[in-house]
Every structure is written in structure tokens, then in C-alpha cells.
Design a protein around this ligand. Structure first.
Ligand code: SF4
Ligand code: SF4
Length: 381
């Protein structure tokens, strides 16, 4: 029997939902949505569930993740209910429910927790550098660069990186397992053949790598063909840059953080520049979108949207400055900027990857994967 949470609307507003109770169930939003299908009809159903407080039905659904927030439904809703923003707030809400530690919910609903946790992690990094840094030498390498590895030996930083990588992997994977229990585990009356987990697996990889549903977003009303839309391209460029940088600093720091200055075409520099350009373009684009508020999807920003962008901006700009100072033989600015860089990077990864904004890059393809399994199992009955 369905259980009703009468306080659900109030709770959901903390995650950014607007006045969705005004919905009179006309179905226009579902009709205009380019991604809504017979198998997965949305967003109207999610709005009804939210209005009625059917919390468990929402938690076992994948449809909030099938929406890419083009904003068409919000632009055409006769009640100005903003269903696109409701779907966005449901994704934040689900992110906090998949997180079994409860920290995700605190970070999403309390500025004190959000800013307090960032400050705490930044201070831990500062503390470690104040007491454990290496010599701050003014001597330069034969290339005229700064000896960064004397001040911050990559072998020691790598230990911290691997510990952090293990922390992130443990919490993200256990949260995904919790998501699996809520979605697939709730399909009590559906027998799911085991082979579907394998036959559908490639879709998880494809959707993580391409986010191709983005290109179909926003095409129904104007009867456009799926195309390269700017939002998708910039988002993909940002995501691929983020992933490249993450892999280089967590898994290959010894190769990435060298005191040698390689030629500009060395793979280390090419990958570094690709990631830097991708991050910079993405950050500027999303900052401008959120400040201008001209597109429907950028009209409302939750505090966590800004926190992620600001931390990413600080990490990127400080990383660029470390590179510039190091190459130009400026030891003291390099050392101080390196510490600041890690004070922004560590909270950004520790908070955003398993508990907050970044996790949607994992939850969305997993939701699509689980959804494909359920749809295929229903069809094979
Ligand atoms: S959200 Fe708006 S468009 Fe969708 S069913 Fe409700 S009133 Fe209609
Ligand atoms: S924001 Fe776009 S993709 Fe999401 S429900 Fe509305 S119309 Fe569909």
C-alpha cells in the first residue's frame, strides 16, 4: 500500500522545488517533453506523486533522471508550475536519499553544513601543509622551472590522493548500490532475468560516455531533428575535462606533477591543456547562463549549483596559476598557490563526487541502465 508523507512538499522545497501544488494535471508538460515515452511518461506523473506526497513511489522511480532539463515543459505550463525545476529538485532529493550516510541531505538543505564542511576540509589541507611541507627553496631546475616536488613531493601527495580516491569510490559505489536496492529491489512482482544485467550493460557505458539523450532534448515542440546543442556540447566538454584531470591527479600524479618542463606537444601538456580549456569554457558558460537567467533551465539556481561552480572555478584558476608560476621560475607564488589549489580541490572532490552535484554523472547513466533492465524484463514476460 502506498504511504503518504504530508510534509513532502515542504521538504522538497528545500531542494529547490517551486510552487508545484498549482498543477491542475492537464498533461501539457508530458505532451511537449521530447524525452517522455510510452514506457516512461513524465513529468506529470512525478508532479502528481509530489503533490500527493508519494515519497516511496518517487524513490523507486528512475524518471527524474531521464529528464535533461531542457525547460520546454516549464516554458509551456499554463500554471507556471515549473515542472522542469521540480524534476531538478527531485534529482537533488534522490541524491540525498541514495546517500546512506545522511550527509548528502545535510549538504543540500543546510548552508551551515555546506559551507562548514568546505571550510573544515580546506583547513585540514592547510594544516597538513603548514606542518608537513618540504623545503621552500628558491633554487630552480635546469629548465628554469620551480622545484615543486621539493616542497610537495608527489609520492606523499599521491598517498593522500589514493586515500581520497578510495573514500570517493567507496561512498559513491555504496550509494549506487543503495539506489539499486530502491529501484530494482522494489520490483517485487517482476522477475528480472540475470542475463539482462549483462546485455544492457553497454547502455550504461554509452550513456556515461556520450550523454546522447541530451541531443534529443528540446526537439519536440519545434519538430527539430536531434542535433548538437550547445548546452550538451559544453557539458560534455566540461565533463570529459573533469574526468581526464581527475584520473591524472588521482591515478597518475607521478607522471603529471613533474619538475621537468616538457615540450608543448608532450601528452602530459596536451592532456593538461585540453582539460584546462574544457573546464574554463564550461565554467564561464555555466556562470554566464546562471547569471543571465535567459534560458528556462538557468532561471533558478540552488545554492549547491553555485558552490560547485565556484569550487570548480577556484580549483581551475589556481591550477592555471601554479602552472604559470612554475614555468616562469617563481617559487614562492608557486608554493602558496599550490596549497590554495588543494584547499579548493579537496573539498570540491570530497563533497561533490559522492554526496552532491557531481554524483549525477554517475546516477543518471545508472538510472538509465536500471530502467532499460526493468523495461526489457517487462517486455520479456
Ligand atoms: S505541471 Fe503544468 S503543464 Fe504539467 S500537468 Fe501540471 S499544470 Fe499541466
Ligand atoms: S525539462 Fe525537458 S526533458 Fe525535463 S521533463 Fe521538462 S520537457 Fe522533459
Amino acid at each position: 500500500m502506498a504511504t503518504i508523507n504530508p510534509g513532502f512538499a515542504t521538504e522538497l522545497k528545500k531542494y529547490g522545488a517551486l510552487d508545484f501544488n498549482k498543477c491542475y494535471n492537464c498533461g501539457n508538460c508530458t505532451a511537449v517533453c521530447s524525452l517522455s515515452t510510452g514506457d516512461n511518461s513524465f513529468p506529470r506523473e512525478m508532479i502528481r506523486f509530489s503533490v500527493l506526497g508519494l515519497e516511496r513511489e518517487i524513490q523507486k522511480s528512475t524518471t527524474p533522471w531521464l529528464c535533461y532539463y531542457c525547460g520546454e515543459c516549464s516554458a509551456t505550463c499554463p500554471q507556471q508550475t515549473d515542472p522542469g525545476e521540480l524534476m531538478m529538485s527531485l534529482r537533488r532529493y534522490l541524491t540525498s536519499k541514495y546517500d546512506w550516510t545522511g550527509l548528502g541531505a545535510k549538504l543540500y538543505t543546510s548552508k551551515l553544513w555546506e559551507f562548514g564542511t568546505i571550510a573544515f576540509l580546506a583547513l585540514v589541507v592547510l594544516f597538513l601543509f603548514v606542518f608537513f611541507h618540504g623545503p621552500m627553496t628558491n633554487e630552480l631546475t635546469a629548465d628554469g622551472g620551480v622545484m615543486l616536488n621539493t616542497f610537495a613531493p608527489w609520492q606523499q601527495i599521491e598517498i593522500g590522493d589514493l586515500l581520497m580516491g578510495g573514500f570517493l569510490a567507496f561512498f559513491l559505489m555504496s550509494n549506487i548500490f543503495n539506489m539499486y536496492l530502491k529501484i530494482i529491489g522494489s520490483q517485487k512482482d517482476l522477475k528480472i532475468p540475470f542475463k539482462l544485467y549483462f546485455s544492457e550493460f553497454w547502455k550504461l557505458i554509452v550513456h556515461f560516455g556520450t550523454q546522447r539523450e541530451f541531443s534529443k532534448c528540446d526537439t519536440k515542440l519545434e519538430q527539430k531533428k536531434p542535433a548538437l546543442n550547445t548546452y550538451w556540447v559544453v557539458h560534455w566538454f566540461l565533463m570529459s575535462s573533469y574526468v581526464i584531470m581527475f584520473v591524472m591527479i588521482v591515478a597518475f600524479l607521478g607522471w603529471f606533477q613533474t619538475d621537468n618542463i616538457y615540450a608543448w606537444f608532450h601528452p602530459q601538456r596536451i592532456l593538461g591543456y585540453y582539460a584546462t580549456v574544457g573546464l574554463t569554457i564550461g565554467i564561464v558558460y555555466f556562470f554566464v547562463q546562471r547569471i543571465k537567467k535567459s534560458a528556462q533551465k538557468s532561471k533558478h539556481s540552488h545554492v549547491t549549483d553555485w558552490t560547485f561552480l565556484v569550487l570548480l572555478f577556484l580549483t581551475t584558476i589556481s591550477g592555471i596559476l601554479v602552472h604559470v608560476f612554475r614555468l616562469n621560475g617563481m617559487p614562492q607564488p608557486t608554493y602558496y598557490m599550490y596549497v590554495f589549489h588543494l584547499m579548493a580541490l579537496v573539498p570540491m572532490l570530497m563533497i561533490e563526487v559522492p554526496f552532491s552535484k557531481w554524483s549525477h554523472l554517475a546516477y543518471r547513466p545508472f538510472a538509465i541502465y536500471f530502467n532499460k533492465i526493468i523495461v526489457a524484463a517487462k517486455k520479456s514476460k
